[in-house]
Design a protein around this ligand. Structure first.
Ligand code: 4NP
Length: 174
């Protein structure tokens, strides 16, 4: 669907409900994967929530802990809500679950819909995982957060491979 340009970083917004568990973890994990491949400059990354409950808050302490256990740093991130401008700024809006996806699609309709070129998809769409959604760990315990990190690691790796395989991306490695 969308054409990648070798000149512009690929802008990806990771989206969940509260922006304190799944999407900040996905942002941190994808950032490190890109850095490990020497591709940090090729991406512009952010995360946001469809809900407004936690605006300005740091990630959930359990998400910080589960991330830290695998070497990811989430502390500095602060929650924000998806805004209409995101549909213009980001090439990819990547939803953690089907409810987030539906909300994004409906917000995009309000913004003028079809003319906007950003791709809105589930994160797990890009992986061969059998489930479609990253389970919400908010009401769970530490083991749910550890499982979240593991699932996000494989899903973000799959998303990165998907993007690297796109013709516009491969044309001009930096
Ligand atoms: P997230 O998890 O969407 O992965 O950040 C949640 C965070 C907060 C709430 C629900 C899910 N909440 O209901 O406040």
């Amino acid at each position: 669907m969308n054409q990648l340009s070798a000149e512009q970083p690929v802008a990806i917004l990771f989206v969940c409900l509260g922006n304190i568990c799944r999407s900040p973890a996905a942002e941190a994990i994808f950032r490190r994967l890109a850095e490990q491949r020497g591709l940090a400059e090729r991406f512009s990354l952010d995360s946001a929530g469809v809900g407004d409950y936690h605006i300005g808050a740091p990630p959930d302490s359990r998400a910080i802990r589960a991330g830290r256990a695998k070497g990811y740093s989430l502390e500095a991130l602060r929650a924000r809500q998806v805004c209409q401008d995101d549909f213009k700024r980001f090439d990819y809006l990547v939803a953690m679950d089907e409810s987030n996806l539906r909300t994004l699609l409906s917000l995009r309709e309000q913004e003028g819909g079809a003319d906007l070129e950003s791709e809105i998809e589930l994160l797990l769409h890009y992986s061969d995982c059998s489930s479609r959604s990253v389970p919400d760990p908010y009401w769970g315990d530490d083991s749910d957060f550890s499982q979240m990190v593991e699932l996000l690691e494989s899903a973000c790796a799959a998303l990165l491979e998907h993007l690297l395989a796109k013709p516009g991306f491969a044309a001009a490695p930096r």
